[in-house]
Design a protein around this ligand. Sequence first.
Ligand SMILES: NC(=O)C1=CN([C@@H]2O[C@H](COP(=O)(O)OP(=O)(O)OC[C@H]3O[C@@H](n4cnc5c(N)ncnc54)[C@H](OP(=O)(O)O)[C@@H]3O)[C@@H](O)[C@H]2O)[C@@H](O)CC1
Ligand SMILES: Nc1ncnc2c1ncn2[C@@H]1O[C@H](COP(=O)(O)OP(=O)(O)O)[C@@H](O)[C@H]1O
Length: 282
Amino acid sequence: MDASWQEWTAEDAAEWIMEPVAGDDKYRRGVLGVITGSPDYPGAAVLGVEAAHRAGVGMVRFTGPRAVRAAVLARRPETVTMAGRVQAWLVGSGIDPERRSFLLQGDLQVALASRVPVVLDAGGLDLVGTHTAPTIITPHARELATLLTEREIDASEQEVREDPAGWAERAARELGVAVLLKGPVTHVCDPDGDRYTVTAPTHWLATAGTGDVLGGILGALVATHHERLATDAEVLTSLAATAAYVQGEAARLASAYVGGGPVTALDIAEAVPGVIGSLLAH
Ligand SMILES: NC(=O)C1=CN([C@@H]2O[C@H](COP(=O)(O)OP(=O)(O)OC[C@H]3O[C@@H](n4cnc5c(N)ncnc54)[C@H](OP(=O)(O)O)[C@@H]3O)[C@@H](O)[C@H]2O)[C@@H](O)CC1
Ligand SMILES: Nc1ncnc2c1ncn2[C@@H]1O[C@H](COP(=O)(O)OP(=O)(O)O)[C@@H](O)[C@H]1O
């Protein structure tokens, strides 16, 4: 690996966990707006919302089709489905970009016009460049290749897998946003030259829905750091590296709990509070 990439450590991550203080309430802590899931992929919405709650956000406001809302509320009744002000957005997990409904297009326009920081995942990746708010994209190799090819930068999934550092940097430069490129080693960078890696501590992470969980953790961290982000958008990369670190450690912890056995995405979300607790004790 290129020596200019810095591996993110527990000490680094511990600096980016916002602990509540006496003067806080749910709004001061930060509200995350979530537009994820679809009738085809309701589970992605459930997983992201679960992870955001577990990562310690003030509130989650969820927007989505009725059946998806019902699934989210069945798992996490703490979620608010009434529209209102938010401090950050998580958009795209479990959404098919080819099948965005009229209603969804309207919700996306409102979200992206609000100028608060945005995490774009999966079916929201093509929205990059349509708004001016601080933005981080969270593709895996195939999604990054597709996104770049759509912007007339030819890239194949194989090429991205072979040189994730190079393609993550190129994407950040060409698209003008922060990039978290998922993989066994996750690469996080931005156009200003911040470059961090997070090496997954277990390969059990390679299972359906763990990326949706990562989106929820990152959304929560972005929402809880909204005040800092208002003056310093560059910290998006530190928050993203922290999210990947927390996700990886949660997977390790969940797997250790079953003697090194397999974990599901929901197991990982449920292990997030334990990881955050140990980071705070650091
Ligand atoms: N619980 C949920 O709701 C979950 C929801 N999720 C949500 O799903 C959405 C899509 O995410 P993704 O990563 O699958 O997207 P994408 O890059 O388009 O991949 C498609 C490519 O994979 C390939 N392929 C398919 N099957 C294959 C096979 N058996 N073996 C080998 N290849 C196979 C397929 O190839 P094809 O079959 O077309 O030849 C195509 O190239 C996204 O919104 C995400 O958030 C996920 O997080 C999971 C949990
Ligand atoms: N071989 C691997 N070892 C460890 N972690 C992996 C491996 N492959 C993928 N990951 C991680 O698993 C997660 C998968 O996310 P993603 O590809 O978005 O899947 P999904 O869409 O099913 O949620 C990412 O956080 C990625 O970094």
